[in-house]
Design a protein around this ligand. Structure first.
Ligand SMILES: [Zn+2]
Length: 410
C-alpha cells in the first residue's frame, strides 16, 4: 500500500461520521457527530506519533514536539455545514497528518516542531460566529456574550460546549500562536477556476476581505391602484434599484456583491409593502477595494432616500480584513508544486478560511485543489485523487524545506 492509499483510506473512514442517506455530511460545531469524528482523528494522530489534545476552544491539536524553535502548523477545520461535502476542511487536516506519516516513514527528524490541527467551527453556521477555533488559537478576544448565542434548536453555545466539558469563558486559553512560526493549509477551491483553466493546484496569494450587513428600507404601505407613482414610498422598488446598481458596479469594479436574502413586509399582490430587508455580502482583495464597495452601497442607499423617500439603516453582520499569504511561502509552495509535476495557478481565495485568521499573525501559505464542477457545501463535492496526491506531495516537499530535516535512521 502506498502512502496515498493511507490518506484516501482516512477519507473513506471519515465517511462514517455524520453522513446522511443522500451522501451529505453534517458535522456541525460542538455536535455529537463532530465529537465522534474528532475522537477518531485523535486516534489516527496518536498512531502517527503525535501528542494529542482537545484544547479549550475545541481544536484538536496533534504535536510532534521535536527539534527547537517554533512549530510549523498544518491543518484546517473538521466541522461542516448542514448538507456539506466530504472534503471541505477535512482534507486539509488529513493532508497534514499524511505529511507527518511520510516524514516518519522516511526517517526524517524535523529540526523544529511539526503540528497538525483541526480547528473548531470554521463554518459558523450553528452559532453565527465563524472561525471560533482559529480565532481563539491566535488570541483574538471573544465576544463575552458568545456563550448565550443559540442554535436553531434553541441550544446555547455554552450548553453545547458543556457536553464536551468545555466553557466559552475558558476558550481564550486555547491561545498558542506564540509557539507557531508558520501555518500551511490545503483546501478545496470551492469554485470553478482551477478546473476551467485545467490546473492541478492553486497557489493562494491572498484571501478576500468581507463585510456583510443587513439593510432595512422603510417605506409606506398603501393601495396599489389609488397611489400614483410619484406619491409612493415603495421600499421594494427602492431596494431593487440599490441591488441592481450594486450588481452593475461589482461587475465593472474590484469587488463581489451578493444579496442572498430579501424579505418584504406589509405588502400584498395589490398593496405596496411597508418594509424591505435584505442582506449584503461584499468581498474584495484589498482594504481599499472593500471600503470602495462599502462607499458605493452607502451612496446608493443615500440616493434612494432622496429619490424614493424611504428610510434606510444598516446593521453590521460580520467583517474580516483581507489576508495576504506570505510571499516566501507562496514561492516555496509554488516551486514545490511544480517540482512534483503539478500545473499551478496563482489565485486569490474568494472564500474565508482559517488561514486568513492565522495570516494576521504568522507567515501563512495555502494551496487549493480543484473542485469538480466548482461545487462545495453539497454532497457532490469532489476532487480527483490524483490532484489530492499532487497537493500532498507538494506540501510534503515544502514542509521538508521548512523543517530542514535530518535523516535519523540512514
Ligand atoms: Zn472549509
Amino acid at each position: 500500500m502506498t502512502s496515498d492509499d493511507t490518506l484516501q483510506r482516512d477519507l473513506a473512514m471519515l465517511d462514517q461520521f455524520g453522513r446522511a442517506a443522500d451522501g451529505a455530511f453534517c458535522r456541525l460545531a460542538w455536535s455529537p457527530e463532530l465529537h465522534t469524528s474528532l475522537m477518531w482523528l485523535a486516534d489516527r494522530m496518536s498512531q502517527a506519533g503525535l501528542d494529542v489534545t482537545l484544547d479549550p476552544a475545541g481544536n484538536l491539536l496533534g504535536r510532534w514536539d521535536t527539534g527547537s524553535g517554533t512549530a510549523v502548523l498544518m491543518g484546517s477545520h473538521f466541522d461542516t455545514v448542514e448538507g456539506g461535502g466530504r472534503l471541505d476542511g477535512a482534507l486539509g487536516v488529513l493532508a497534514g497528518l499524511e505529511v507527518v506519516r511520510r516524514l516518519r516513514r522516511d526517517g526524517i527528524e524535523p529540526a523544529r516542531p511539526v503540528w497538525v490541527i483541526a480547528f473548531m467551527d470554521e463554518e459558523g453556521v450553528r452559532f453565527g460566529e465563524a472561525m471560533m477555533g482559529s480565532r481563539a488559537f491566535v488570541g483574538e478576544p471573544m465576544d463575552p456574550n458568545l456563550g448565550a448565542r443559540t442554535d436553531a434548536a434553541g441550544q446555547s453555545l455554552a450548553q453545547a460546549m458543556a457536553a464536551w466539558d468545555r466553557r466559552p469563558e475558558r476558550a481564550h486559553a486555547a491561545k498558542r500562536i506564540g509557539e507557531v512560526g508558520a501555518y500551511l493549509e490545503l483546501h478545496i477551491e470551492q469554485g470553478p477556476v482551477l478546473e476551467a483553466s485545467d490546473k492541478d493546484i492553486g497557489v493562494v496569494t491572498g484571501i478576500v476581505g468581507l463585510e456583510a450587513m443587513r439593510v432595512t428600507v422603510e417605506g409606506q404601505t398603501n393601495h396599489a391602484g389609488t397611489t400614483p407613482m410619484p406619491y409612493r414610498r415603495d421600499p421594494v422598488a427602492a431596494a431593487a434599484h440599490v441591488i441592481s446598481s450594486l450588481d452593475d458596479a461589482a461587475k465593472t469594479g474590484e469587488f463581489l456583491a451578493t444579496v442572498g436574502r430579501l424579505t418584504a413586509e406589509g405588502g400584498g399582490v395589490n398593496t405596496i409593502p411597508r418594509r424591505c430587508e435584505f442582506s449584503v455580502d461584499l468581498r474584495a482583495p484589498t482594504d481599499d477595494a472593500l471600503s470602495g464597495a462599502r462607499r458605493k452601497l452607502d451612496q446608493l442607499l443615500d440616493a434612494i432616500h432622496r429619490t424614493h423617500r424611504v428610510e434606510c439603516r444598516t446593521e453590521a453582520l460580520y467583517r474580516m480584513s483581507p489576508a495576504k499569504m506570505s510571499p516566501a511561502l507562496v514561492n516555496s509552495l509554488e516551486d514545490a508544486a511544480q517540482q512534483v509535476g503539478a500545473k499551478t495557478l496563482r489565485m486569490a481565495s474568494g472564500a474565508g478560511h482559517d488561514a486568513m485568521v492565522l495570516a494576521q499573525e504568522i507567515p501563512t501559505g495555502m494551496l487549493f485543489v480543484p473542485s469538480r464542477g466548482g461545487i462545495s457545501h453539497a454532497p457532490d463535492e469532489h476532487t480527483d485523487a490524483r490532484a489530492i496526491e499532487l497537493a500532498v506531495s507538494a506540501f510534503d516537499r515544502a514542509l521538508r524545506g521548512m523543517v530542514q530535516g535530518a535523516r535519523s535512521n540512514p
